[in-house]
Write a protein that binds this ligand. Structure first.
Ligand code: SME
Length: 153
């Protein structure tokens, strides 16, 4: 559903350039959220939840105001964080325990952030369209997350 000129390869290269100027995890999370929100079609929210003790706390994001904290194991974000796997939800209403931040969100893609085996948080992308995210989107977002993780100290 992305524009016809869209390519994850190009977006990954853009992320590499954008994130090469800083090694700060918050600055780079902020710029990456902005890049993804700008470049991905049909996306209503892009943002980070960063691990603080046992809680995922809202970090840099683009979109409407969102839930400020998520317990590990809860919602799509908390489940992805605990499982260590990306989660692609075609229909959020069908995901048991989905946390509603925006009532209009219909599908969601969450990639956990692990660095040297340590959980840092998750990157969450939402859409108001059902089944917005493909397997290619999942693989593309994982590649972009790798760029982010390599960019920070
Ligand atoms: N829906 C998410 C919560 C975060 S918001 O979508 C921004 C979840 O179930 O974890």
């Amino acid at each position: 559903m992305s524009g016809k000129d869209f390519s994850w390869r190009r977006l990954t290269q853009q992320a590499e350039g954008l994130l090469s100027v800083s090694r700060d995890r918050i600055s780079n999370a902020a710029n990456l959220s902005a890049l993804l929100y700008q470049e991905l079609a049909d996306v209503s929210w892009v943002g980070f939840y960063l691990l603080d003790g046992e809680i995922l706390r809202l970090g840099p994001f683009q979109g409407k105001p969102a839930c400020v904290s998520i317990n590990l194991g809860k919602g799509v974000c908390g489940t992805a964080a605990v499982s260590g796997q990306a989660i692609r939800v075609a229909d959020v209403d069908a995901f048991d325990g989905h946390i509603v931040c925006d009532a209009d969100a219909r599908s969601e893609l969450v990639v956990p952030l692990f660095r040297n085996g340590q959980l840092l948080g998750v990157l969450d992308v939402d859409s108001t369209s059902l089944d917005r995210f493909t397997r290619e989107d999942e693989e593309g977002l994982i590649a972009v997350v790798e760029v982010y993780l390599s960019s920070i100290v």
